[in-house]
Ligand binder design. Structure first.
Ligand code: FPP
Length: 240
């Protein structure tokens, strides 16, 4: 790889983060799990601002999976309240932030008042030219692929698309992330080494970095460390 190419690959364009370990963080402190989510939400704000500041162009965070509904009712309720708080705050703060917020996942399952806020935040930030922040909420990678297949089949059935023309590029346009570059780097704190249904299609060539640090304790220094590890890796995309 030439010097120029190496430099270009140093800072990932798109970073994905699986914000894991809030529950264990709370347990270690003899606190209820929602307290861990509150600390996690605070850290999400810090890390998001930092990513935007250092020039990351796309950040996708896993905030709520399609499986998270099975958690105790009070924990789901606490998460929904945190989302609401964040969205209300985002609407107030957008004057100063140059971040465009998008939602990936089936947001129609959320309470109507949350859906209204989601829509407002997307609208209010649509013209922002800085980092794109994808909030994965009620998101599952498999569900996303099935949804894309269904929407594509509808287009084929209606004669809008010829099956012969369906390529990987065309298919990826039907995903929630259509039009965005694939993630270059996926970070998972908390010690787990799994993808957990996050960006299944998009992460085909992503570099993974795992940390044995719980999400509320994950600092901007840890993020810098992840970026250093990423920069030191050689990406070959299946070539030699
Ligand atoms: C996984 O930790 C984390 C979640 C299921 C929720 C992630 C949500 C946040 C960090 C809050 C996001 C808030 C906003 C405003 C976007 P876990 O509970 O599974 O942790 P554990 O594995 O230690 O139990």
């Amino acid at each position: 790889m030439g010097e120029q190419e190496k430099n270009r690959s140093v800072l990932p364009v798109h970073v994905g983060i699986i914000m894991d370990g809030n529950g264990r963080w709370a347990k270690k402190r003899f606190l209820p799990r929602p307290a861990g989510h509150r600390a996690g939400a605070q850290n999400f704000r810090t890390i998001t601002r930092y990513c935007s500041k250092i020039g990351i162009k796309y950040l996708t965070v896993y905030a709520f999976s399609t499986e998270n509904w099975t958690r105790p009712k009070d924990e789901v309720g606490a998460l929904l309240r945190l989302f609401k708080e964040y969205l209300e705050e985002a609407l107030r703060d957008f004057m100063d932030e140059n971040i465009r917020v998008r939602f990936i996942g089936d947001v129609s399952a959320f309470p109507p008042e949350l859906q209204v806020l989601i829509h407002e935040v997307e609208e209010a930030s649509a013209q922002k030219t800085g980092m794109v922040l994808n909030l994965a909420m009620n998101y599952g990678g498999r569900a996303e692929i099935v949804r894309a297949a269904r929407r594509l089949s509808e287009d084929v059935a209606a004669g809008r698309r010829d099956p012969e023309d369906v390529t990987e590029e065309v298919f990826s346009q039907y995903l929630y992330t259509g039009g965005q570059p694939d993630p270059d780097l996926i970070i998972r704190p908390s010690g787990e080494e799994r993808l957990s249904n996050f960006l299944l299609w998009q992460s085909a060539y992503a570099e993974f970095v795992y940390f044995d640090i719980l999400w509320p304790d994950f600092t901007t220094k840890d993020l810098d460390h992840a970026l250093e590890i990423y920069a030191s890796r050689q990406r070959r995309f299946g070539g030699v």
